[in-house]
Ligand binder design. Structure first.
Ligand SMILES: Nc1nc2c(ncn2[C@@H]2O[C@H](COP(=O)(O)OP(=O)(O)OP(=O)(O)O)[C@@H](O)[C@H]2O)c(=O)[nH]1
Ligand SMILES: [Zn+2]
Length: 343
């Protein structure tokens, strides 16, 4: 289950000794001396990358394993391609990690996933906000503020679109019971955890183990409380990667990856991201997350929105091929994509 996304394998970037028979003049790949790095923060054109170590990517072994954070800028040769948190990159230049040094990102490794948003539903420009994530943790309070299913649905659509596994994290269980909300999402089979700040977060920790997870949620739902419980050193870690402004205050980056001390995973907090624009997501992208309905949609009229009267899915469910509650859930997500975020 655990993907080895965090592996920073120095072996494959070390300059190898000549292999005897090959002429030494053969054309070498550009930047053969580049080292691998994992982007943990992005702030105004500066990329904080974790480099080196014993290959596990664990910052706790920083001293022994030679692991260090390196600040880098983009090399011009990257063109317009954006570097985002979660990216695995190649770095050249001063990769010592010493104060006031700057390396250059010369390559972005192929991404296993991209979480995108549009600025809003009318903005046609897709923006990648996190690369290589495995899981989207949708943080929702059970009360204060009350749950907003429309927001949850939009996050689910974004997760399905990006190929991330969703995880519902229901906070403030001391204030309200989770049952009604869980009932709503039961047909989707989404894994969930229920938390409260006076209890340990072990079951959440387990879900985060060995994975790169993105946390998203509205203001006040208890995201910071969770992050601090998961990563006791979070505040220091965040301030380390955020440059101090002229007024002596730390700026807040767009996103920061924090390593979990116990669970061998990473969480990415996204302070600026409360929800997702979904202009780039098509009805078929969402339908893809419903294999039980996919076959039935073959009978739909061309370009069916699956919200229209002549949609074939009603007959498909009525014939017992799929659960009506699943169809309802699909339609809720389709409506969420269309911007019905009022509840
Ligand atoms: N009753 C109760 N209150 C909680 C719980 N978790 C967090 N809170 C409170 O809810 C408020 C908001 O919590 P935060 O962790 O700051 O929420 P946040 O999502 O990070 O909010 P922003 O910082 O605005 O993004 C604080 O007053 C917390 O003490 C909980 O499990 N139960
Ligand atoms: Zn249809």
């Amino acid at each position: 289950m655990a993907r080895d996304w965090g592996r920073l394998d120095e072996d494959d970037v070390r300059v190898r000794p000549g292999r005897g028979s090959r002429p030494r003049t053969r054309r070498r790949p550009a930047h053969e001396d580049a080292v691998g790095g994992f982007v943990i923060a992005v702030d105004r054109g500066r990329y904080t990358c974790l480099v080196g170590g014993d290959g596990t990517g664990r910052a706790t072994r920083k001293k022994g394993g030679g692991q260090r954070t390196v600040t880098a800028m983009r090399a011009r040769e990257l063109g317009r391609k954006s570097v985002v948190v979660g990216d695995r990159v190649r770095l050249v230049g001063d990769v010592s990690g010493h104060a006031d040094t700057l390396a250059r990102v010369v390559r972005i490794e192929p991404r296993t996933s991209t979480l995108r948003r549009t600025a809003d539903d009318t903005d046609p420009v897709e923006r990648v906000i996190v690369a290589n994530a495995d899981q989207l943790v949708i943080v929702t309070a059970l009360a204060d503020p009350p749950p907003r299913p429309g927001m949850i649905d939009r996050c689910l659509v974004a997760a399905y679109d990006a190929g991330l596994e969703p995880l519902l994290c229901l906070t403030k269980a001391d204030l309200a019971v989770p049952d009604p909300l869980l009932e709503t999402y039961a047909p989707l089979g989404i894994p969930y955890v229920v938390t409260r700040k006076d209890e340990a977060v072990d079951h959440l920790d387990e879900r985060l183990a060995g994975r790169l997870s993105v946390l998203v949620g509205h203001s006040g739902v208890g995201k910071s409380t969770l992050v601090n419980a998961l990563v006791p050193d979070a505040e220091r870690a965040v301030s380390e990667v955020n440059p101090v402004t002229g007024r002596g205050r730390h700026t807040s980056s767009s996103a920061v990856a924090l390593e979990l001390p116990a669970a061998d995973g990473w969480i990415i907090d996204t302070p600026g991201v409360r929800s997702f624009g979904l202009a780039h997501v098509t009805p078929d992208d969402i339908l893809g997350a419903f294999p039980d309905l996919l076959e039935g949609a073959a009978e739909c009229p061309p370009h069916c929105t699956h919200l229209q009267d002549d949609c074939a899915l009603d007959a498909w469910a009525a014939a017992g091929h799929a659960d009506a509650a699943r169809l309802d859930s699909l339609r809720r997500l389709l409506a969420a994509r269309e911007g019905d975020d009022t509840d």
